[in-house]
Design a protein around this ligand. Structure first.
Ligand code: URA
Length: 238
């Protein structure tokens, strides 16, 4: 790979900025200063320093976001702010995309990556990756609802959902619940409650497969996955 491309990919500015860095002798490959952007570099094995600091090359990025309400899970949108718009430029250069969708008014765990293979694995309907949501419901959630969700309910388009686990955390005029589903139909949680005559007032995704939302992430905050989280995800077989 060309050194100028590698540095631009890593977020060291535009090709022009990178050219300047190279020109003023700030960049070395294996202790030799390089001024020519065309110089070839092996990102895995060569040691690249900028101003004496080692550059860490990575191909993939894996981010965990606590998605806030009001932003959409897409890479681009003409009218609304997207989850990509709230990333730092140094992360956007990797061209991450959200793994699956959360509604505009849904909060919680969203994985963003540029690793298409992992995304495919997590989203494949054949894999039945469990996703757990916390929700506030506008009515009393009952044991009958638990039974209905366990069997599968019929959505408004006639689709019968796969068995889902409904935990009632608090039941009353409004209820707090946790629902684990293994599929990802459009507005699925909301439509499942509509199927039993109730409405989701608040929805937050807590986990996806082995990945759990970090409770220290404020809404709109994100961080890279830890090595342990990444290892769990990459080796995950549902
Ligand atoms: N189910 C929904 O209804 N909305 C979401 O955002 C996710 C799951």
């Amino acid at each position: 790979m060309r050194i100028d491309k590698m540095l631009a990919n890593l977020g060291y500015g535009s090709r022009k900025d990178v050219k300047k860095l190279l020109k003023n002798g700030s960049v070395t490959i294996n202790e030799v200063a390089v001024k020519d952007g065309k110089q070839h570099v092996d990102p895995e094995n060569d040691i690249v320093l900028i101003h004496g600091e080692q550059v860490e090359y990575k191909e993939y990025i894996y981010l965990m976001m606590n998605k806030p309400q009001g932003v959409i899970s897409a890479t681009e949108d003409t009218r609304h702010e997207t989850v990509i718009d709230i990333l730092e430029a140094e992360d956007v250069v990797f061209s991450p995309f959200p793994v699956g969708r959360l509604d505009k008014d849904t909060e919680g765990l969203l994985l963003l990556t540029n690793d298409g293979q992992l995304s495919h694995k997590l989203l494949s309907p054949k894999r039945h990756v469990p996703k757990t949501y916390f929700a506030v419901i506008n009515a009393e959630v009952t044991e009958e609802d638990q039974e209905a969700f366990k069997k599968g309910v019929i959505l408004d388009d006639g689709y019968e959902t796969k068995p889902a686990i409904l935990k009632i955390l608090k039941s009353g005029l409004t209820s707090d619940i946790e629902l684990t589903i293994t599929e990802g139909k459009f507005h699925q949680v909301k439509r499942m409650f509509e199927a039993v005559g109730k409405r989701v007032m608040y929805l937050k995704r807590m986990s996806m497969g082995p990945l759990e939302l970090d409770p220290s992430l404020e809404l709109g905050e994100y961080r890279e996955l830890t090595d342990e989280e990444l290892e769990l995800l990459l080796s995950y077989e549902s």
